[in-house]
Design a protein around this ligand. Structure first.
Ligand code: ZN
Length: 197
């Protein structure tokens, strides 16, 4: 469990993991604690993420928090106002300038909380996430449960064949899987692809 450090200085923290691992849930928990502490809070999400709600950040468990959709990471700087705590959800969908934006905020004594998928459905590092992990002071990796064997899951497995990295969907498209079930599934999909050629 992450416990907030007692300091006035800014920093960056990252919550990462696969789909269905509770990243947004954890982001919302931290934001709510900041609100209890009477801190000014702003939450951002990429304009591309319209899964549940146009404006709010909503977790799979349906907790929600008001958020501002932005189409580029630089736009965050225009809307940040006097916020002491900035939350950023679905960070993997942002452009590669997001780490620089987070650094700028932290240098202005803002606490930046980022939530995002660390890997895409191919098991590769996702967008600006590797850099965000590197520049952050605190990293929390949350785990899902493998929907194939019940083990601990760190991978997002895509059940449908095609090559789009950014595709929004839920349980009909994706599954959380452990390393070995992920590799098994990928091998099966590759075989199917070969048969379809
Ligand atoms: Zn498994």
């Amino acid at each position: 469990m992450f416990v907030e450090p007692r300091t006035e200085k800014g920093w960056v923290e990252v919550i990462c993991g696969s789909m269905f691992s509770g990243k947004t849930e954890e982001l919302i928990r931290r934001i709510n604690r900041a609100k209890i502490a009477n801190q000014k809070v702003r939450v951002f999400k990429p304009a591309i993420d319209i899964r549940y709600d146009q404006v709010d950040v909503v977790s799979h468990k349906e907790s929600r928090i008001e958020s501002i959709p932005v189409s580029s990471s630089k736009e965050i700087l225009n809307h940040v106002g006097t916020a002491e705590v900035v939350g950023i959800d679905e960070a993997q969908f942002f452009d590669y300038e997001l780490p620089e934006v987070c650094n700028k905020l932290a240098e202005k004594k803002v606490r930046v909380i980022i939530a995002g998928l660390d890997m895409d459905f191919k098991g590769l590092p996702f967008g600006p996430m590797p850099t965000l992990l590197a520049i952050s002071e605190y990293v929390t990796k949350v785990h899902a449960i493998c929907m194939n064997c019940g083990g601990i899951a760190g991978y997002t497995f895509k059940k449908v064949l095609n090559d789009q990295t950014v595709e929004l969907g839920e349980k009909e498209l994706y599954e959380a899987r452990c390393r070995s079930c992920f590799n098994e599934g990928m091998a099966l999909l590759k075989d199917q692809m070969r048969l379809n050629l």
